[in-house]
Design a protein around this ligand. Structure first.
Ligand SMILES: [Zn+2]
Length: 387
């Protein structure tokens, strides 16, 4: 943007940071694409500036880096974005579309970056949006350990309620700071531009070289689609409702697995180890509970990787306290063996059911989400879902 402005291009509005399908196995880490809106300019001249810039800064040595850029007059259909955030888009269809729209474009290495670049231009904040203020490091600091004071990050979390995913208190994780060796120093996510700017003044850190506010689809749940269980396919992200059929169990690695069914089928759900304390909530589920699950679909085995759940009905959980009492004799009956009921030793009266009491459930109806440290960029935090 600086380079374009130096050459007198007018930038309109905020740059846009658009996250795409988080379940695509061949994606880059955050599966993000950025786009900017220029008031005018000759696409061929703009291309020269972008090419020079990419040649200088793109990390072609990284196996997963396959950049691409697209220059378009006007926006492609919003459907292109929707498909790229919810499903799978091929390079072939992207190139066909770009040719049909008369785009100027260039893909590098396997060229998949073109798919994201196109989707980023196609996104519009018409349904929902958030902002992220990204602060950048001085070039000589790139790749070194970042200095961002955690207590100042907690402070912004407490002072600016329109910001989200700042700090994970349970896991002592400063979420403002990325873990990759990229030029980003930190990013503050939120609803409100003024609050983001004010918050950035509160963060204590090494020198900020520059900063900018992106308009984004982060925290919007736009990757999710409602599906019956039999219509769930790999690499989608879904919302589906069902009844718990299996008591959650823990497998090697600390992942917690259970399954749900609806009238169309049954599917496994998983709270993986990185979701930390969320697994303790999942372990409280019992067969009969009715829940709505939100998450990405893994292919093998077909499993929903949970981002959040909404428990709608909690089954009554009872436990046996003692054998039944004979109504005639007033004495406790004796068990006839597992599952075979009870019988009074004295008069022979039979009963099927022991005395039970309801066990208190340790979870309530309503939403539970993974902790901040495990949050996906696209996942809408519960904080944003409350009215
Ligand atoms: Zn009796």
């Amino acid at each position: 943007m600086k380079k374009l402005e130096d050459k007198n291009y007018q930038i309109i509005g905020h740059p846009r940071l658009v996250r795409l399908n988080p379940n695509i196995p061949w994606k880059t880490r955050g599966n993000g694409a950025v786009s900017i809106n220029l008031e005018n300019g000759d696409p061929k001249k703009i291309k020269e500036i972008i090419e020079e810039f990419i040649d200088k800064y793109a990390r072609f040595d990284d196996k997963k880096t396959n950049p691409g850029f697209v220059i378009l007059k006007g926006q492609p259909s919003f459907d292109i974005y929707e498909k790229s955030v919810k499903g799978i888009v091929t390079l072939e269809e992207t190139e066909q579309l770009l040719d049909s729209l008369g785009a100027v474009y260039k893909g590098y290495k396997n060229k998949r970056g073109l798919i994201g670049a196109t989707a980023s231009i196609a996104w519009s904040p018409k349904h929902d949006k958030t902002y992220e203020l990204i602060a950048y490091r001085e070039k000589n600091r790139w790749g070194t350990k970042r200095q961002v004071d955690s207590s100042s990050v907690k402070k912004i979390n407490e002072s600016f309620s329109s910001t989200f995913d700042n700090f994970d208190y349970e896991n002592d994780h400063n979420r403002l700071v990325p873990s990759s060796p990229c030029p980003v120093l930190y990013g503050i996510r939120g609803e409100n531009i003024d609050d983001l700017i004010q918050a950035s003044f509160v963060v204590k850190s090494e020198k900020v070289e520059s900063w900018i506010i992106f308009e984004t689809n982060q925290g919007t749940d736009e990757h999710l689609q409602r599906r019956n269980i039999n219509k769930i396919a790999p690499y989608q992200s879904v919302i589906t409702e069902g009844v718990v059929t299996k008591i959650p169990y823990t497998i090697e690695g600390g992942h917690v697995i259970f399954s749900i069914k609806d009238s169309t089928g049954e599917i496994d759900c998983a709270a993986y180890e990185p979701t930390k304390q969320f697994r303790e909530i999942i372990r409280e589920l019992i067969p009969g509970d009715k829940i709505e699950v939100y998450g990405g679909v893994r292919k093998k085995p077909l499993t929903i990787n949970l981002e959040k759940i909404n428990t709608k009905h909690l089954e009554k959980q009872v436990e046996k306290v003692e054998n039944p009492v004979c109504p005639k004799c007033g004495k406790h009956m004796k068990s006839k063996g597992t599952g075979q009921g009870y019988k009074c030793k004295k008069c022979g009266t039979k009963s099927e059911k022991p005395l039970v009491k309801e066990r208190k459930r340790n979870i309530k109806t309503g939403f539970y989400e993974v902790p901040v440290c495990a949050r996906r960029h696209l996942s809408k935090p519960l904080k944003r879902m409350e009215p």
